[in-house]
Design a protein around this ligand. Structure first.
Ligand code: GAP
Length: 489
């Protein structure tokens, strides 16, 4: 399993992801996608658009603005509910979300001990509990959300420094970024904390202009901003991130079935693009974690280097959002079926995935270190990204075998130019072929095409080397584009 350090290092070294504003020392867990990261991210989004819109007849795309009417966030509940209770440890000054602290109580003989682990790491609390339970059979272990409430009299242990009972009272903290609109002070707006609300407020526009009937859905990709208290684990949790969200509007009695269909469809999408099924898991939100209006929420978890963690959430949100917007805007957001004369507020199934977490998941899955036998028969190790052909940032690299021979360079450059009509292609003559292969393997390039003396002097054929098998075939130069087209789908 690849470590996060190795991924971070490869991403930086090979131009996938850089710390943002790096020349100023970086800025608060923000990241910039470099040339290859941009291509990979775009490829992931393209595959998502293809699967959830192009290949279906019940979906429409949308691109709503980031700045929206402030009332949207009152209706959605973000103004009130996005108020996270925050506590500080008085000893080490670490800050936590009170509702994210999980507490393990381990009781041994007469002695009572308590452990706490931090935010979103409920699994860690549970596995720590299991571990303790196994070490000493006489430990009684239970895990529960930690209650930061003096009245409860629970001893509270800081997950960072271990100090007991040192938390401040919880204080409310809104995670939405505020900004001012225009020159007049007091005219505030929020940077959207999710793209979903842009879809809800356009539900009626899309329904009527596209003459849709239930069930149908709207898909959108875009940036979202949350002033997260705890960021980290590279791009896993940041304050600026991108989402790929769907709101699927259906009849109330269809929603449970549609919810399951979307869970299955999304799992199928990940596995089709190369994620091993055993690296995905499903997490059913228990009642206490689910919003009051949701009848079922399932997270798709991926085995990141930090362990299984949320990649995408799929919620059955009932009629909550449309009802709220109808109430706050005063506009009717009902659906009326003229045939049956039935009127409903549609129910909504919401598959919501993080683009950045997708990038991280596909990179984690693809990262491979393997031993191979080099040309001299010795053992060598190479690092490669086994990315799915549609996701690989570079589809082919054209490499002249002798970068100092003009006719060879000219032929290689002409071939690269021809292939660029349809594919992302690199041309490289800056090193020995072994070094060039290793460089391309590390960025996941599907095929290395070498132009050699024989190409020019003899048969007009080039050698194509497969990234995964390292097998080589020789093919006429003119056939390469078609050959590649058959393989990059
Ligand atoms: N509209 C529903 C919604 O926003 P969410 O579970 O808060 O649900 C959906 O977010 C997805 O967005 C998550 O599964 C995750 O992939 C991504 N995401 C959420 N917060 C993030 C953050 N701070 N950094 C990176 N990705 C994040």
């Amino acid at each position: 399993m690849v470590t996060m350090d190795k991924l971070v290092s490869l991403c930086k070294r090979r131009g996938f992801i850089f710390p943002s504003s790096e020349i100023y020392g970086g800025f608060q867990s923000t990241y910039d996608y470099g040339p290859l990261g941009t291509l990979l991210k775009n490829n992931i989004k393209a595959q998502w658009w293809k699967a959830v819109v192009q290949q279906r007849d019940d979906m429409e795309p949308l691109d709503a603005s980031i700045l929206m009417h402030p009332r949207v966030w009152e209706a959605s509940g973000h103004v009130a509910v996005f108020n996270d209770p925050l506590v500080d440890c008085k000893e080490c000054k670490a800050r936590f979300r009170a509702d994210h602290l999980w507490c393990l109580t381990a009781t041994h003989r007469d002695e009572s001990k308590q452990y706490a682990v931090e935010a979103g790491e409920e699994d860690e609390a549970l596995s720590k509990g299991r571990e303790l339970h196994q070490i000493g059979k006489r430990w009684e272990v239970s895990a529960a959300p930690m209650v930061i409430d003096a009245a409860e009299g629970t001893p509270q242990v800081c997950p960072k420094c271990g100090a007991a009972g040192s938390f401040t009272e919880p204080r409310a903290f809104n995670m939405m970024f505020q900004t001012q609109v225009g020159p007049v002070e007091g005219s505030i707006a929020y940077l959207r904390p999710e793209t979903a609300q842009g879809i809800f407020v356009n539900y009626d526009n899309v329904l009527t202009t596209m003459r849709r009937k239930l069930p149908f859905g709207i898909a959108q990709v875009g940036k979202a901003f949350r002033n997260e208290i705890v960021t980290g684990n590279f791009t896993f949790r940041t304050r600026e991130f991108e989402q790929m969200e769907i709101e699927y509007f259906c009849w109330p009695e269809q929603s449970a079935e549609k919810h399951q269909e979307w869970i299955d469809a999304r799992i199928a999408w990940y596995t089709r693009l190369g994620i091993a099924r055993e690296n995905l898991d499903l997490y059913e939100h228990p009642d206490h974690k689910r919003s009051h209006y949701s009848t079922r929420t399932v997270d798709i978890l991926y085995r990141f280097p930090i362990g299984f963690a949320e990649l995408e959430g799929i919620a059955n949100r009932t009629d909550f959002d449309l009802s709220q917007h109808a109430e706050f805007s005063g506009k009717t957001l009902d659906y009326f079926d003229t045939k049956t004369e039935r009127r409903v507020v549609p129910h909504v199934v919401e598959p919501s995935a993080g683009v950045d977490r997708n990038v991280l998941a596909f990179l984690t899955e693809a990262y491979t270190e393997e031993e191979y036998t080099d040309q001299k028969g010795g053992k060598a190790t190479r690092t490669l990204l086994r990315l799915h052909p549609t996701l690989a940032p570079i589809k082919a690299a054209v490499l002249p075998l002798a970068g100092n021979r003009e006719d060879l360079v000219a032929t290689a450059r002409a071939l690269a130019a021809e292939l660029r009509e349809d594919f992302s292609v690199q041309y490289d003559d800056t090193g020995a072929i072994g070094k060039l292969y290793r460089r391309q393997d590390e960025i996941g390039t599907l095929y290395c095409i070498t132009v050699d003396h024989q190409t020019i002097d003899d048969d007009g054929k080039v050698t194509i080397r497969d990234r995964d098998t390292m097998q080589q075939v020789r093919l006429a130069k003119d056939e390469v584009a078609g050959w590649l087209r058959d393989r990059v789908r």
